[in-house]
Design a protein around this ligand. Structure first.
Ligand code: FE2
Length: 298
């Protein structure tokens, strides 16, 4: 895995400037709750990941499960809960017509693949680990990163579903909250095709909800009634393919539906700091202990 572009080039060629760059980036992350690092992944690495995702979807037999993923309904079935430790496909909510038939080809109907790609697939494993991501995690203050979750998000043309305002710590809780999202654009993300929207500085607010699991049932529990940010305070993150966006676990963010003819593929990793205490009533349960960003097992 080889990152390229100004961020890495600056760091390796100009150490003093790189230190300032990272200090500025750290300040931005601390103040805004997010950080945008363009040209973090090479186009070749992205092409390899997209091809592997295409193969996974191609091999996916909907009869094997294929739950619809909805952030509106938070349906927790066995297909969803079992994905914590495996590689499973989920359909877009609007993929099916009234008779239950797919409206478009399967390859254009999948909402996402989750949630252990980084540990259960060799191509995704390579993309998800390496010194560049390890360095960013360290710079953001995650001393002992543990990657708990990975998602390949398709945001399909025309039917790509919205993801409403949320905080990632709702779904990946620890005490204290330490989760950071590493969101990588695999295609150019624009307002038209459903880019991320963030509320700069909103990570200084409280955690509003928790997604709590009890046995095989899950529910959203309200912790704090603080309203979601006003629409006018949301900022779109229009970024080019290859850009890494780091999101603080308390930062409110959302993405709108994709009604455009362009897909908006992205890959997201979520890591917590091993110094914090993983909440065992999180929905996500694994048979093994997650690893960090270094390529070899810890
Ligand atoms: Fe999120």
């Amino acid at each position: 895995m080889q990152a390229h572009g100004a961020y890495d080039a600056h760091r390796s060629l100009l150490p003093p400037a790189a230190t300032m760059l990272i200090a500025e980036q750290k300040r931005r992350y601390r103040d805004d709750g997010y950080l945008v690092l363009p040209r973090f992944k090479s186009l070749q690495a992205i092409a390899a990941l997209r091809e592997r995702a295409r193969q996974i979807v191609d091999a996916f037999e909907p009869a094997a499960g294929g739950a619809v993923f909805s952030t509106r309904e938070q349906n927790a079935d066995a297909w969803f809960l079992g994905s914590a430790d495996s590689v499973r496909c989920f359909f877009e909510e609007d993929a099916f017509d009234a008779t239950g038939q797919l409206r478009v080809d399967k390859a254009l109907s999948i909402n996402k693949i989750g949630h252990a790609l980084h540990d259960r697939d060799a191509v995704f494993e390579r993309f998800s680990r390496g010194p560049e991501l390890a360095e960013v995690a360290r710079a953001l203050g995650i001393a002992e990163p543990l990657i708990w979750q990975s998602m390949y998000i398709f945001k399909q043309p025309g039917i790509g579903g919205e993801v409403r305002w949320h905080q990632d710590a709702t779904f990946l809780h620890s005490e204290p909250v330490s989760v950071v999202g590493f969101w990588i654009a695999l295609e150019d993300a624009t307002v038209d095709n459903g880019c991320l929207w963030v509320a700069p500085g909103g990570h200084r607010g409280p955690l509003r909800q928790r997604f709590v699991r009890d046995g095989d049932t899950v529910r959203l529990v309200t912790l704090d009634d603080t309203p979601w940010p006003a629409p006018a305070s949301a900022r779109p993150l229009e970024v080019a393919a290859g850009t890494l966006v780091c999101l603080h676990g308390l930062l409110p963010h959302y993405s709108a539906p994709n009604r455009s003819p362009q897909s908006r593929h992205a890959y997201a990793l979520h890591a917590i700091d091993g110094r914090s205490r993983w909440s065992h009533d999180n929905w996500l349960r694994r048979s093994d202990v997650p690893r960090g960003f270094v390529s070899d097992p810890d």
